[in-house]
Design a protein around this ligand. Structure first.
Ligand code: 5GP
Length: 186
């Protein structure tokens, strides 16, 4: 296991519902120097989600045009929707020496590993699969179909833990935050 060097690209992945978003929000609140990439998606906004803040919400057509134009650093299909990391803002932030953070799913993480082999990739995992299911259902925002797609994908993603520079259990949030800061050298 290697620890991160401050200033480089860090990526957090892990199954849907594991709590990546909450952990990342807490990390950013404590470390405002970190720049979080805002992804594009074809998914519809959830209640409270703001375009340009949580995601750039795009039509499938616009998303596909941007794929063709090479506008994404990585992109993947997840539970029936497309998600991608806009390339330019990441490259600009890195060029300015700002630490960059990506929070994305497994297929995208694998693509970033190819393009940024020096990046630091953290796998966030739940204490158990049952706990993950409880969290995904507890969110109460997704249809039964979307929930079962997410659970199916989560089983596959959990097997990928060994590919990552570090694995972190998100049982207690405060503990996970301290451990993530340590891994990132913050
Ligand atoms: P959600 O629909 O719950 O916001 O996100 C579903 C999954 O897509 C999550 O695992 C999230 O990390 C991932 N995701 C969000 N943005 C991106 C992105 O830009 N690229 C990829 N590959 N995955 C993303």
């Amino acid at each position: 296991m290697v620890d991160a060097v401050p200033g480089r690209l860090t990526l957090i992945t892990g199954p849907s519902g594991v709590g990546k978003g909450t952990l990342v929000a807490q990390l950013l609140a404590k470390h405002p120097e970190i720049w979080l990439s805002i992804s594009a998606t074809t998914r519809s906004p959830r209640a409270g989600e703001v375009d340009g803040q949580h995601y750039f919400f795009l039509s499938r057509e616009t998303f596909e045009q941007q794929v063709t134009a090479g506008g994404f650093l990585e992109w993947a299909e997840f539970a029936g929707n497309l998600y991608g990391t806009p390339r330019k803002p990441v490259e600009d932030s890195l060029a300015l020496g700002r630490p960059v953070l990506l929070e994305i799913e497994l297929e995208g993480a694998r693509q970033v590993r190819q393009s940024f082999p020096a990046g630091f990739q953290v796998f966030l995992k739940p204490p158990s699969f049952e706990e993950l299911e409880r969290r995904i259902r507890g969110r109460g925002t997704d249809s039964e179909e979307a929930i079962s797609k997410r659970l199916g994908r989560a089983r596959i993603e959990l097997e990928a833990e060994g590919e990552f520079d570090a694995a972190l259990v998100n049982g207690d949030l405060a503990t996970a935050l301290v451990e993530l800061e340590r891994l990132m050298g913050l």
